[in-house]
Structures are given as structure tokens and as C-alpha cells.
Ligand binder design. Structure first.
Ligand code: GLY
Ligand code: MN
Ligand code: MN
Length: 370
């Protein structure tokens, strides 16, 4: 029985033929994992997977990976080169075997320039495009098992968010870094593999920088604090945001800004259903924030797809007329950022269903103490 990775490869090959490409050439990345089940960080050695439009895929790998890939991937044709050899000799030989020398090759979107340059050198008659052209549309539609995994990652983030909010007054005086450490420890204790991205604890004016990360500022009474975090669960990330006040009275304008973002987030989520465009979801959220008079302070798109990568298609952004389909998973995360004062963002992941959408996060969205 073919496994899910072999089936994905078959679909990839069908799409390669549909766009008149001759092969995808992948390197260590989530695309490579998606089709081969082999997971590795990028490195300086040539480790490539050729997925021809016609024929079986072929790995070109350093000797030291031969046995590991045979164990971990369904791909049977694994050809190796040794440190000290010129790996381009093997690349050329494989391209000849697969009849790709003058072909149109779609290289992994995140392939290092080092390797794209080498491919151009080894195969001067080939033309090149990006593998995302065939893989992004496939990866955007999650299967049931992927949705179940993303849902568990959502529950994990929810669980830790509630625990952290219950710190209440105990969070006052902690630095953002200390609180981020506490969040990451609890994510790991609850079964997370590793943080999905640099945990964001944006207190007071730092919250007005959407991707602030965390620093040495101490959380004070009345500070709005943007908490944006998640962990990988079985290779899929969580990504949720709540903006909270641990103790004390926030700035006067804060409650209204929070209400604007909460209403916008609800409108964005409710706009999600099959057949509507990605940009219409952005518009639905943005119109609410504009109606509160904060349009200029909503300085990013409304969301992004989430899968093996924390940021992937579909992007929920003006100009993206892609129609939403069941199985797509993305964030709805409007925000308002008042420079030098505070920021507010509320973020949930949603999955498009046959007749609407479901949220994959469901922890309280209020800013008040739990
Ligand atoms: N945590 C980054 C983001 O929500 O896009
Ligand atoms: Mn996000
Ligand atoms: Mn986030």
C-alpha cells in the first residue's frame, strides 16, 4: 500500500506535468519532508531530491546519509557521493539518467543560492522556476490527519495560554524574557516539541511592534501585553495570540482598541467559508477596524496559512483572489498598534470546512484577568 508521502509525490508529478515542468529539485526543507518523509536542516553538503514529472524520484546525498534516508524515506533510489568528490558529477549523471539536461526544473523555494548556482553550472541548458508553483497548492489543502495534528497544537497553545494568564499579579515585575521562558517551559511540559517561532511577549510600548519577540522590559501594573506563541506538535505548529492585562488598570483607550480588534477578528473568522476569496477575509476584518478609526494602525495582513511552515499559503491579504477551499488552515490575526503606547492583536487558527469554518483555538479572548 503506498504511503501518504508517496501519494503526495504522485500528485506533485501530476502537477509538474500540468505546468509543463520536467522535475522538481528539492533540498532540505518542509517541501522535501512533505514528499519524502525525510527531515533535515539545510547544510553545506549537496543533498537533493529530484522528482521527475515522469519516473521515480532520486535522492542525491552525501555517503553519510545513505543508510539514514533508506530507513526514513519511502524513496528507493538513493545515490551517494563522498566527501572529497565533486557532487556535481553525480548531479550531472542523475540529470542525464532522468533526461533533465535541457529541462525546465522547479527548484525548492528556500534552496540556498549556493546550490541554485551549482545547478545552473552543472546544467547550463536547463531553465529554472520555483517548486512552490506545484507544491504550494498541494500543501495548502490539509488532509484529516494534518488537521487533527494542527488542532492538537491549537489545544496545547490554548492550555498554556490559560495557565500563563492565571499568573495574574505574579507576572508583574517579570521581564518579557522571563515570561517567554516560562511559556516555553510549559509548552514543553505539555508535550510540545519546540517553540514554533520566537515567543512574543510584547509589554506596553513593545506590543506596538508586531514581531517584537521578547526583551528585558519588566511587566508593570496596567501594561497591555501581547502574548503570541505556539509549539510544534508532531511537526505542525500552533500560533495564537491574546492581548492581556495581568493586573492593574490599562491605559484609557485600551479597552476600545481591544474591542475593535476582537470585533474585527470575529468578523474575519465569520467571513471564512469555501468559495470566498482570501482577500475578502482580510477586507471583512479591516473594515471593522476602519470603522473604529484605527485603519492606519492595522499595519499587516490579516493572516497566513499554517502547516509544516508557520507561514505558508494561503496569505489572507488584499490582492489575493485565491478562493478558499475545505482543508485550508490559516490564521485570522488583526491587530492595532499605537506606536510608543501599546499594541493589541488577537489570533486564532481556523480550518475551512465544507460549509464554513472551525477555530482551532478557543481560549478566552478577553483582556481581563482569568
Ligand atoms: N507569530 C507570528 C505570527 O503570528 O505571524
Ligand atoms: Mn500568525
Ligand atoms: Mn502568531
Amino acid at each position: 500500500m503506498p504511503n501518504v508521502f508517496a501519494e503526495r509525490t504522485r500528485r506533485c508529478r501530476r502537477r509538474l506535468r500540468a505546468v509543463d515542468a520536467d522535475a522538481a529539485v528539492l533540498f532540505p526543507s518542509t517541501n522535501l519532508f512533505y514528499v519524502s518523509e525525510f527531515r533535515e536542516h539545510p547544510g553545506e553538503r549537496h543533498l537533493l531530491l529530484f522528482v521527475p514529472a515522469d519516473g521515480d524520484p532520486v535522492f542525491v546525498v552525501p555517503d553519510m546519509y545513505g543508510e539514514q534516508i533508506a530507513d526514513e524515506s519511502w524513496v528507493a533510489d538513493v545515490r551517494t557521493w563522498s566527501d572529497g568528490d565533486d557532487p556535481l558529477d553525480l548531479v550531472s549523471a542523475v540529470a542525464d539518467d532522468l533526461d533533465l539536461r535541457g529541462g525546465h526544473l522547479l527548484v525548492d523555494d528556500t534552496m540556498w543560492a549556493l546550490f541554485t548556482q551549482d545547478l545552473r553550472r552543472a546544467l547550463p541548458e536547463a531553465t529554472f522556476g520555483l517548486a512552490g508553483e506545484v507544491l504550494e497548492p498541494l500543501r495548502m489543502r490539509k488532509d484529516e490527519s494534518e488537521i487533527e495534528t494542527l488542532s492538537r497544537a491549537g489545544e496545547l497553545a490554548d492550555e498554556v495560554c490559560v495557565e500563563i494568564r492565571k499568573l495574574g499579579e505574579d507576572a508583574i515585575g517579570m521581564t518579557e524574557r522571563e515570561l517567554a521562558g516560562e511559556i516555553e517551559t510549559r509548552l514543553a511540559e505539555a508535550g510540545g516539541e519546540e517553540p514554533a517561532f520566537d515567543t512574543i511577549v510584547g509589554s506596553g510600548p513593545n506590543g506596538a511592534k508586531p514581531h517584537h519577540g521578547h526583551g528585558d522590559r519588566r511587566i508593570d501594573y496596567g501594561d497591555p501585553v501581547v502574548l503570541d506563541f505556539g509549539a510544534f506538535v508532531d511537526g505542525y505548529p500552533g500560533d495564537q495570540t491574546r492581548t492581556v492585562v495581568f493586573a492593574g488598570t490599562p491605559p484609557e483607550e485600551f479597552d476600545r482598541v481591544h474591542r475593535a480588534v476582537l470585533d474585527a477578528q470575529r468578523a474575519g473568522v465569520e467571513a471564512v467559508e469555501p468559495g470566498v476569496t482570501a482577500e475578502s477575509v482580510d477586507r471583512a476584518a479591516r473594515e471593522v477596524i476602519e470603522s473604529y478609526g484605527y485603519g492606519e494602525q492595522f499595519i499587516h495582513r490579516t493572516g497566513h496559512g499554517v502547516g509544516l511552515d508557520v507561514h505558508e499559503g494561503p496569505y489572507i491579504v488584499s490582492g489575493n483572489d485565491r478562493e478558499l477551499e475545505p482543508g485550508m488552515v490559516f490564521s485570522v490575526e488583526p491587530g492595532v498598534y499605537l506606536s510608543g503606547e501599546f499594541g493589541v492583536r488577537i489570533e486564532d487558527l481556523v480550518v475551512v470546512t465544507e460549509d464554513g469554518r472551525e477555530r482551532l483555538n478557543d481560549s478566552p479572548r478577553t483582556w481581563r484577568a482569568l
